[in-house]
Design a protein around this ligand. Sequence first.
Ligand SMILES: N[C@@H](CCC(=O)N[C@@H](CS)C(=O)NCC(=O)O)C(=O)O
Length: 218
Amino acid sequence: MITLYGLYRSRALRCLWALEEMGLPYRLVPVMQAFRLTDPAAPDAPFNTRSPGFLKLNPAGSVPVLEEDDVVLAESLAINLHLALRHGGPLGAADAAEAARLAQWTLFAATEIEPRSHPILMHRVQLPPAERSEAKVAEAASALARPFAVLDQILAKGHPVGGRFTVADIALAETVRYAQPAPALFEAAPHLKGWLAACQARPAYRRILARREEEPAL
Ligand SMILES: N[C@@H](CCC(=O)N[C@@H](CS)C(=O)NCC(=O)O)C(=O)O
């Protein structure tokens, strides 16, 4: 049985999406992000990313973490590559060349997209209004212009790996999503925009989003 530690409102979402696409049974153990709690060490604090029991699973103190038989794994995108390798079927690689391309686009998502898209989500949506900075949004949007142009070119020809939906699409879609509060970026990248809409319309993703809506607000 696969156990995933995290919340829908966290980077666990991308792993939940992969699990759902693969039709795998799993259980989700809620782990609150410590930064959301006034005192994560308080006796009545919920199980959180600074709880000693959780730090044994991931000393880095972040969700998600996956536990499956002998494997305990952190890093959301590594988790999805693991799931693809063990259970992926068409979402995983058909051969070594495809495995390398899954890694390529997953790393592109992690290094070229996420560090620039996440500040857009933070400064347009997640931070309290007094802490938001439009200068930071502009800086991130400007840094995203080139990787978005690259993706627009690649996605004009279809999915990035193997001509079908794979875990590379999940990695890219979930990191590109953070930039959606800056719609102008997508007007300049119509293929990227259309591909993202198609990814987000997938039944597995809609199911996960519906469950995220049901998750108690923090
Ligand atoms: N690169 C990591 C980032 C994980 C991460 O930052 N997770 C956040 C939630 S989305 C977290 O657990 N934060 C907890 C904390 O800072 O206390 C991954 O992709 O898994």
